[in-house]
Ligand binder design. Sequence first.
Ligand code: IPM
Ligand code: MG
Length: 360
Amino acid sequence: MELKITCIPGDGIGPEIVAEAKKVLDAVARKYGHTMNYTDILMGGASIDVHGVPLTEEAIETARNADAVLMGSIGGDTSTSPWYQLPPNLRPEAGLLAIRKALNLFANLRPAVLYEELADACPLRKEISEAGFDILIMRELTGGLYFGERKTIEENGVVKAIDTLTYDENEIRRIAVKGFEIAKKRKRKVTSVDKANVLDSSRLWRRVVEEVAKDYPEVTLEHMLVDNCAMQLVKDPAQFDVILTENMFGDILSDEASMVTGSIGMLASASLNDTRFGLYEPSHGSAPDIAGKDIANPIATILSAAMMLRYSFDLDQEADAVETAVKRVLQEGYRTGDIMSQGCVQTGCREMGDLVAQRI
Ligand code: IPM
Ligand code: MG
């Protein structure tokens, strides 16, 4: 099979971790007889430095013409990087939001899994972590507060900022369908998270999710308020299977869930539209403080590439091979600094990529 992949190395540790994911994809290509066709585009600070904007139309077109996009990370240190002196619509993050919108990537899947090998890194008490957990956060990605009208104005000498949270029923329905579809293949439970005790958008969310649930009698639906969900994630994460939620709640809860696994450097993500096309990126950020030092953990990006093989190319066997290779490397005791524990062998970013690639 010929796989046409657009790569976005991006900023910070992005280029290093994408290079390792490509190494692993190349090993997959050699073993299973595929051809990988990569084209790089600039996004975020890397694009600002060259083009003055965080994403160009040409870059979007290149991505649109690929079968999938593999991304590293974008952004820099918000208090020291000159990118953050620019107006908000020209900063690195605006590029990411623009590509999500342009490619209609409304469904963001963020698995938060507690790896047995890394159970020691879990910050929760043993009684809780022992139960293990495997959560999939299905985050709406192209609506809500992120894309509503926003402005900063002055009223009677007082500065005022306005962000707008809107959702229409169609936006809610399509993400709910994605949530129930994936729950069907998992433990068949959806926890829909909202703030329906306060927000109209959440009350509509709840109503539409309940309508969609009628088409999935085999899936159990429960509703949970977002503040309670934040608590439950640390109190009893094993209760969750699929968490279905709107854009900003999903942003916050997915960071919390990943921290609960103790290894944010391990967590992949996929952003999908209604076709097989997807953008795959680690759940973590660009970590500018450790960029270029060959110490970043490339596993989240490698596992994102595995999600790409599975969701965009239907190559389950190849995706399994990548996930198994990662597990083997961990079982053999290799760790990057972020997940290092006593008795293990510490590796750098490149060596970790080599170790995984060798085990394909
Ligand atoms: C994420 C990030 C982005 C988001 C930022 C970089 C705009 O935090 O992918 O979770 O908030 O969506
Ligand atoms: Mg985030």
